[in-house]
Design a protein around this ligand. Structure first.
Ligand code: SF4
Length: 339
């Protein structure tokens, strides 16, 4: 594997924005309408969860082999947070008890958790559909070469981040060397059937390089399908677009460049009430590495915790709960939506 260039995480560099409370304050100071008020204005507030949880998304730790510029987790090789066995056991008990259809495993690079393969097997044995949020390059490291074949055997859906099908954009966002390694990884996934018509699902996620909105998803998907096939012989299932979330490392970038207010105003201007019904937080429960609960992975990184932990929560506690919102939520409701 080629060497991937890394940047220090905010946590490692003792950056003030490594503190979630500082991030929340910084966002609250931006002069835009409060998200809760915006929802009420269009008759969609307060934002409430659906009666039933469909997806348990668990963040198994913040370790990663990459340090992407936009990472909302501030993940990297220097992070040490990792989900303990008893938290993982409690997640699986909750899945069984609440008959959760989907387990969505994220990180960091979730595959770096020592019990990743065990977790996948146990969730599949419970009949769960399992999603692995994969950064692709992890499969090029010697200890993780088993992943494509293992994930295919377990029929795990892979959702992989790739900013662009061109080298410059991808390496600018995710570190020099990432593009070539990502292509090699996609070819490995294709070789075991991923992204083929009857094979397991390989979805890609793209996000813009800086403070702009992604282009319409359908238009990009057609373009990406053509370019990745013609240039590299790579196929995939679906392409999703993601709006950059103004928290953590992307927030630090916006602040450093004096672009935070302009970016937030862009998100507010693009507010689309039609996205509210499909927001991820409405049918998802997010679990942190330490067992705390959140409405979504973004709220998790802003430390906007629910009162219960995975050890004592019941599905009844969570049905139709009021979702905790903030200015960052405008990233999920901009244009065609992004969750
Ligand atoms: S950040 Fe998005 S998914 Fe999370 S609570 Fe806000 S709207 Fe919901």
């Amino acid at each position: 594997m080629r060497k991937i260039s890394l940047i220090p995480t905010l946590a490692h560099g003792a950056h003030p924005l490594a503190d979630a409370a500082v991030q929340r304050r910084q966002l609250a100071e931006v002069p835009i309408p409060r998200f809760a008020a915006k929802l009420s204005e269009v008759g969609a507030g307060p934002l409430r969860a659906a009666p039933r949880i469909e997806v348990l998304q668990i963040n198994v730790g913040r370790r990663c082999n990459q340090t992407c510029l936009h990472c909302h987790v501030d993940a990297g090789p220097d992070r040490t947070e990792v989900m303990a066995d008893d938290v993982m056991d409690a997640c699986l008990r909750f899945i069984e008890h609440a008959a959760i259809p989907t387990l969505d495993i994220t990180g960091g690079a979730p595959e770096m958790h020592p019990a990743f393969a065990t977790l996948v097997r146990r969730a599949r044995a419970l009949g769960c559909h399992v999603i692995d949020r994969c950064n692709l390059t992890i499969t090029g490291l010697p200890n993780y070469a088993y992943l494509p074949a293992f994930l295919a055997e377990q029929q795990v859906e892979v959702i992989a981040s790739l900013p662009h099908y061109a080298l410059e954009t991808t390496d600018a966002q995710r570190g020099a060397g990432v593009f070539a390694e990502s292509l090699a990884a996609l070819q490995r996934f294709n070789a075991v059937g991923y992204g083929q018509p009857a094979g397991p699902t390989l979805n890609l996620i793209t996000n813009p390089l800086g403070g702009s909105l992604p282009a319409p998803q359908a238009q990009l998907e057609a373009e990406w399908r053509h370019e990745l096939m013609v240039r590299y012989g790579i196929s995939f299932t679906r392409l999703y677009t993601l709006t950059n979330m103004p928290i953590s490392r992307f927030l630090a970038q916006l602040v450093a460049q004096g672009e935070l207010t302009a970016y937030m105003q862009l998100l507010v201007e693009a507010f689309n009430p039609g996205t509210v019904a499909g927001l991820m937080c409405r049918n998802t429960l997010s679990v942190g590495w330490d067992g705390r609960l959140y409405d979504c992975d973004f709220n998790q990184m802003l430390a906007m915790a629910l009162p219960q932990t995975i050890f004592e929560v019941t599905p009844e506690d969570l049905a139709e709960r009021t979702i905790r919102v903030g200015s960052h939520c405008y990233a999920c409701t901009a244009a065609s939506g992004s969750t």
